[in-house]
Unconditional design. Sequence first.
Length: 532
Amino acid sequence: MMDHTPWPPEFADRYRAAGYWTGETFGAFLADRAFRYATRVAVVDGDRRWTYRELDARATRMAAGLHALGVAAGDRVVVQLPNVAEFFEVVFGLFRLGALPVFALPAHRRSEIAYFCEHTDAVAYVIPDRHGGFDHRTLARDLPGDRPVLVAGDPGPFTALASIPVDGPLPAGPTPDQVAFLQLSGGSTGVPKLIPRTHDDYLYSVRESARICGLTTESVYLAALPVAHNYPLSSPGVLGALHAGSTVVLAPAPTPEVVFGLIERERVTITGIVPPLALLWLDSTLRSRYDLSSLALLQVGGAKLAAEVADRIAPTLGCRPQQVFGMAEGLVNYTRADDPPELVRVSQGRPISPADELRIVDPSTGAEVPDGEPGHLLTRGPYTIRGYYRAEEHNRDAFTGDGFYRTGDLVRRLPSGHLVVEGRVKDQINRGGEKVAAEEVENHLLAHPAVHDAAVVAVPDPHLGERTCAFVIPRADPPTAAELRRFLRTRGLAAFKIPDRVELVETFPYTGVGKTSRKDLRRALAEEVANR
Ligand code: J2J
């Protein structure tokens, strides 16, 4: 069995011939930028400022050190680093070796990390010492298996990242058609799915994203969201910025006090955030105390931006808004600089590539809907995967026979080709851009001895757009909501997946077995709670 599903050769040939896949690798592009922009600043993390030359040299030495530790081409390494400079040193070091970073989010806990390590047979795990009040070394200590743990900062019983880099020989690097890393899907199934992205396909989206967003060597990109997430990583994100020779500024948190200070100090020109943060920034009174005049473009994506909020961005923050509708599986849509303002207000943009194929179909029949009508978005193209990593069975549902990815999103296409996101057919809650798979949380709840059945659904929320609500049918001795939440935390579930609300009920509207009826049940409960 193949770990990943490559594009059929005729598609790969076409994407190369059209110049979408250029044969560039991550390792090669960084080396080239180090040559061209040697003394320009690549990464700013607090008081640390790494030039392109320094970043490149660090990545090379990290690659040699990791190689000496036994990390080989094709090996997987779970990387759970927050917005720190070491992220780039490690990730580009792994890229150089042809080893695959598995991008975990800082919020992930034992349950998710253990799964990533096990499912990918990871040979190492990279963490910060502490982040956001959490000691990641305690999590590492609790993991099954005995793979090396590499720590940015105080290593405790583990290995310090700083002790790894060496000047040593490197094996031949990867070829551009190889998988460069595994990205995480938002997920709608019991366990998160991993997304294999190749150098060729990802660099196409990164390069075009940088162009569409107008990045140049003069641009300064602020990473406000955690850099491992696909959006701040690649749309155009930190990789787009490095590809364009811009400067990346790392924000340790996306709060107004941190971010506004950095925008002023580093003369940030572009950043990307989720809708709840846009609201927070717009409403913050701190705004007037900082000089935000350098900020030219504010991207908002990950969840739907209300037109009323979009309207406030230019007058309040003095910059142009851009909507971004993307997914770690591939397809990314942007509103463009020359789009009429109305499209930037109400649409989530149009695809990056002329080769992005979109089908908008009736969710029940699969037939294409008339243009302008909402339907389920299916897509295929030069940077959209053909299959998840090691997920043969799931892939049969998630992709059509002819290779279109079923996004789970309901969209409507405007005459201009722009898309409006109208809803969802997947069992996922979009909690202000953070994705929660209903089934994953339900499975954890079902592990509680006093839980007979559980269904997790979205409830509308004025700040986050949606929050999670767990309906629980208890057994004889009902647990309290607090107890269930505590239970989920002790099972090592990321905090954003812990239900915001727990409702104990005697029965569900109707219970059935099998997938479709669970879907219907979740839909019925979501409607019930929304109509209260
Ligand atoms: C409504 N829903 C949106 C939007 C994503 C750029 C930007 C975002 C992501 C991302 C990304 C939305 N309006 N503007 O990877 O490169 C929902 C859809 C989509 C899912 C993907 C990027 N932007 N969404 O959010 O993999 O439901 O990627 O299918 O985390 O987020 O989630 P994710």
